[in-house]
Design a protein around this ligand. Structure first.
Ligand SMILES: [Zn+2]
Ligand SMILES: [Zn+2]
Length: 139
C-alpha cells in the first residue's frame, strides 16, 4: 500500500481514478513502483483520458483536501447565513443526467462544498456535457 501522498486521484468529475505507484497502470504499460512524478509524458488517465494535470495527490502539498481546507471559512459562513435548508437542493442536468450536489460542490470546477446551485457562477457548465445552468432542473 502506498502512502496517500504518493497516490494521485483524477479530479475529473465522475472519474475518481487513483494512480497507485504500488500497482502501476497495466493498461498504460506502467510497471509497479513507478512514482506518479516519473510517469512518462503523455500518460493519461486510463479511465477518462485526462492528462496528469487533472490529478492531485490524495494528501500533502497540492492535494484536493488541502485546498478544500481553506475556503469553507469564507463560503461556508455565507451559505449558513442564507439558510442551509433553502437552496441546497440537488440539480440534475436535463441533457446528460449529471447531478449537482451542493453539499459536495464541484471540485473540478473549483466550486467549494456547500455552494448552492443558485450561487454557482452564471457561466457554470455541466462538467460532463458542458450544458449551461439553464439546462438544469431540481432533482
Ligand atoms: Zn480520469
Ligand atoms: Zn450534462
Amino acid at each position: 500500500m502506498s502512502l496517500p501522498e504518493e497516490m494521485h486521484q483524477c479530479q475529473t468529475m465522475n472519474c475518481g481514478y487513483i494512480y497507485d505507484p504500488d500497482r502501476g497502470d497495466r493498461k498504460g504499460k506502467i510497471k509497479k513502483g513507478i512514482q506518479f512524478g516519473d510517469l512518462p509524458e503523455g500518460w493519461k488517465c486510463p479511465v477518462c483520458g485526462a492528462t496528469v494535470k487533472a490529478f492531485r495527490p490524495l494528501a500533502g502539498p497540492g492535494s484536493a483536501h488541502e485546498e478544500n481546507a481553506k475556503p469553507p471559512a469564507e463560503t461556508g459562513a455565507k451559505n449558513v447565513e442564507e439558510g442551509a435548508e433553502a437552496g441546497m437542493e440537488k440539480y440534475t442536468c436535463d441533457i446528460c443526467g449529471f447531478e449537482y450536489n451542493p453539499v459536495e460542490g464541484d471540485e473540478a470546477a473549483g466550486i467549494a462544498p456547500g455552494t448552492a446551485f443558485d450561487d454557482l457562477p452564471d457561466d457554470y457548465e455541466c462538467p460532463v456535457c458542458g450544458a449551461g445552468k439553464e439546462e438544469f432542473s431540481v432533482s
